[in-house]
Design a binder for this molecule. Structure first.
Ligand code: TIU
Length: 224
């Protein structure tokens, strides 16, 4: 156990029982022409997370930490796409429709895949999820239990949507979540701030928040 400087107080980190969880760092959210941009968002606001997450991912791999990736998306026949999710936003081009990177948020399409900067290595589980939370209708809980993981270092996009939903789901399942502030991103600066404050408020009601530098220092010391 080693204490990582975090808010609202130190996170007692047990690397043998921890995983780096990288949520939905997909081209559809981070590159022009994808789902994020179609929703009217500026993807540049999310792209600032790529550099720090890449550095943290490298440190995690070198220290032997388990690494798990998730992707939001749907079957090509859209049979797992709730009609309410398809209809939301009244978009001219929405989930399942053809976009510049293939069909929007459909598994197997270029836009659905993880950005090249953070591409999973063979052996790193990739969880395909149909919802915002990574536990809903996936085998993430089983994968974590089989790995003996009880702590999650959480990165990804977007802070107030898939990251917050997943952290809340994880918290209710008994996992301890440390959210990495500079490795999570929102299209809305005010939601970035509040999304992090909601996690660490009230004594860490959903978890902890720390900058990647605090975690990398600990992982690097472990690897040395
Ligand atoms: N739109 C938005 O902020 N997010 C999503 O639709 N999915 C995720 O957060 N991954």
């Amino acid at each position: 156990m080693v204490s990582i400087a975090a808010e609202p107080y130190g996170f007692e980190f047990d690397p043998a029982r921890a995983a780096l969880l990288i949520i939905d760092m997909q081209r559809d959210f981070l590159e022009p022409g994808g789902f994020g941009a179609i929703l009217g968002n500026d993807v540049a606001l999310l792209r600032r997370t790529i550099g720090p997450t890449r550095t943290l991912l490298q440190a995690a791999r070198e220290s032997g930490l388990a690494v798990i990736h998730t992707r939001e998306g749907h079957r090509p026949d859209l049979s797992d796409l709730p009609p309410a999710k398809k209809a939301r936003g009244k978009l001219a081009v929405g989930i399942g429709d053809a976009g510049p990177m293939g069909r929007i948020l459909v598994r197997g399409e270029a836009g659905h895949d993880i950005i090249p900067e953070l591409y999973p290595l063979p052996g790193e589980p990739v969880i395909d999820k149909p919802g915002k939370g990574a536990f809903h209708a996936t085998d993430l809980d089983a994968v974590l239990k089989n790995l003996g993981v009880t702590q999650l270092l959480v990165c990804g996009v977007t802070t107030e949507v898939c990251v917050n939903t997943t952290v809340r789901e994880a918290n209710d399942r008994g996992y301890e979540c440390l959210v990495i502030a500079d490795c999570v991103g929102s299209y809305f600066p005010e939601f970035q701030e509040m999304g992090l404050r909601m996690i660490k408020a009230q004594g860490g009601i959903f978890g902890w928040v720390a900058p990647s530098a605090s975690v990398i220092g600990v992982l690097t010391a472990k690897a040395a």
